[in-house]
Ligand binder design. Sequence first.
Ligand code: ATP
Length: 341
Amino acid sequence: MPDRLHFRLKLRRGPLFTLEAQESLPMQGVTAIVGPSGSGKTSLLRALAGLDMGVAGERRITFCNKEWDGPGGHVPAHERRIGFVFQDPHLFPHLSVAGNIGYGAKRCEVTSFDAIVEALELGPLLDRGIDGLSGGEARRVALARALASNPAVLFLDEPMTGLDSQRKSEFLPYIARAVSQARVPALYVSHSSDEVVTLADRVLELGQGHVTGWRTPPMRLTAHVVAETGPGVEVRLDGAEDDGPGASIALPLRALPGEAVGIGLPVESVHFSVHHPGAGSAIMVLPVTVTRPAGAEGQAVLDVLGQSVRVPGVMRVPSARTLWMSVLRVLPRPMVVDSTK
Ligand SMILES: Nc1ncnc2c1ncn2[C@@H]1O[C@H](COP(=O)(O)OP(=O)(O)OP(=O)(O)O)[C@@H](O)[C@H]1O
């Protein structure tokens, strides 16, 4: 079982808002924290980080069996080994890109500077000043600086704020790569679950200062537009057979034939069977292979027509087993994760 971050908090922010939340988060992979504006996402992250200690209230926080806040005392924020990436990159204007990344590294023993620079493709920028970096480059530098501080956990608070959708979809794979290569767990705050769907292993929802539940991230697949249909487009998964229960889905989206579209299928609409389900109510039936069975965290990895897809651990079946995946219905409709439009 992975280590966990346990917390129980009751903190008053202003006259009208109280963060009252209790949860236990696995410290493995990416945990997205989503919720509407003002629901307390940033307040939660700051409380867990040990910032805002002036706010009166109750705090019990244990990170990987180490008490951060509680009867045993208080670990100051700078000793929690949190790599923080904020909405604003907050880079040091007097330092080069390399200097910014190395700033965190100076305070800790770090051997992975080169690996971080490589994972985030920052090599060509190292000698530059930070003036003139694009929004996406600045975010990569901020992420690299956080990783170089050798963190035990990353806290990402809407790090893509202000980036356009093209830059967002470019930045996401960098986060995914950095998190998996550095093997550091991450809490990722976002307004939009679409934004983190490619990253998150699990999604915690907040509403009005309370945890309202856990949501399973949709299964993400890439498809290509095959036709415009008037109200939208028809998309098809690459490699799907032309006949049989279609591998195509109608999407309410403006896009041109040939364009790639990322779609998220709600897991409630996806079923698996050992035998072909035959013609029925499925709008899509596809053969899939189990690449990695569900582990402790309940995520299995499947090969779906050459795409690697993570799904909750419904299948405790051996590797290499072939199954049939039926998309029975799509609730409320396939979520458009990203597109070039
Ligand atoms: N320093 C403060 N003083 C008074 N009220 C505060 C303070 N910080 C936050 N709040 C209030 O706490 C509530 C939660 O704010 P918070 O920033 O945690 O929400 P959020 O979910 O991160 O919002 P957003 O998505 O807009 O960033 C809001 O009502 C906010 O006005």
